[in-house]
Design a binder for this molecule. Structure first.
Ligand code: CTP
Ligand code: CA
Length: 214
C-alpha cells in the first residue's frame, strides 16, 4: 500500500475520525456506556489512510487493532474525546462516527454497594462534539456526522444536519442487528437531498464515503 500521507486522492489532507462508544464512570467499577463496536469508524480511518490522508483516530474503549498508517488517540469519556478532537485540529475532513454518551453522572469515588439499594444518579449533559466543531471558526472544511436512528430516520438525520451545522449526515437504521455487526444500510443526507446507498458491509460503506469525498 502507499505510504500514508504521501500519495493517493487524499494526500496532504488531515482526516479526523471519532469512533466507538464513550464510557462515563458511575463508580470505580461501573460505567454508563453506549453500544458501539467502533467497526464503522475504524473502517473509515483505514480507508482514509489508504487514500493517502494523514489520519487521526480518536477512539473510545473498543477491542480493535489500529489500522495501518493511522495515528490513534485512546479516550474513555465524552469530555476526553472532545478535548482530544480539539487538540487534533485543524482538520480538512472530520467524520464524527462515535456513539458519544449524551450524559455523564457525578461519579462516586468509592464503589456503590448493592445492599444500599439502587443509586440515585444525577445526570449532566456531555459536550456535543459534532455541534462544537460545526460552530468553530476553524471548522473542518467537510464535517460529516452519523445518526443512528430507530424511527423517522431521514427526518431525524435532516434535523441533525441543521442543528449541528454539518455538511453530511450518514444516517443508519439501527432497529435491526446493525450494532456490532459487519453490515450497515446508510442514507447520505446533505442540503442537496438524500441518497439511499443500500445494504453494504461497514468496509464498503467506508470505501464509498472516501471515494465520494476524494
Ligand atoms: N455526537 C457528538 N457528541 C455528542 C453526541 C453526538 O459528537 N455528545 C455526534 C455523533 O458522533 C454523531 C452525531 O453527533 O456524528 C449524531 O449523534 P446522535 O446521538 O445521533 O445525535 P444527538 O444529537 O445526540 O441526538 P439523539 O441521541 O437524541 O438522537
Ligand atoms: Ca446521542
Amino acid at each position: 500500500p502507499p505510504l500514508a500521507g504521501s500519495e493517493g486522492p487524499l494526500a496532504g489532507k488531515h482526516v479526523l475520525v471519532t469512533a466507538g462508544p464513550t464510557h462515563e464512570p458511575i463508580d470505580p467499577v461501573r460505567v454508563l456506556a453506549n453500544r458501539s463496536s467502533g467497526k464503522q469508524g475504524f473502517a473509515i480511518a483505514a480507508a482514509a489512510a489508504r487514500a493517502g490522508a494523514r489520519v487521526t483516530l480518536v477512539a473510545g474503549p473498543v477491542s480493535l487493532p489500529t489500522p495501518f498508517g493511522v495515528t490513534r488517540v485512546d479516550v474513555m469519556t465524552a469530555v476526553q474525546m472532545r478535548d482530544a478532537v480539539i487538540a487534533a485540529l485543524p482538520a480538512d475532513i472530520a467524520f464524527m462516527v462515535a456513539a458519544v454518551a449524551d450524559w455523564r453522572v457525578a461519579a462516586s469515588a468509592s464503589k456503590l454497594k448493592k445492599g444500599d439499594g439502587p443509586p440515585e444518579l444525577q445526570f449532566e449533559a456531555n459536550p456535543d462534539i459534532l455541534r462544537e466543531l460545526g460552530e468553530r471558526p476553524d471548522r473542518p472544511g467537510l464535517l460529516i456526522g452519523f445518526a443512528a436512528e430507530t424511527d423517522d430516520v431521514i427526518a431525524n438525520a435532516t434535523a441533525k444536519l441543521e442543528r449541528k451545522k454539518a455538511d453530511w449526515i450518514v444516517a443508519n437504521d439501527v432497529s435491526g442487528d446493525v450494532m456490532g455487526s459487519d453490515h450497515n444500510r446508510v442514507h447520505i443526507v446533505t442540503r442537496d437531498g438524500v441518497t439511499d446507498m443500500g445494504a453494504m458491509t461497514k468496509a464498503q460503506v467506508a470505501q464509498m464515503l472516501i471515494d465520494r469525498i476524494s
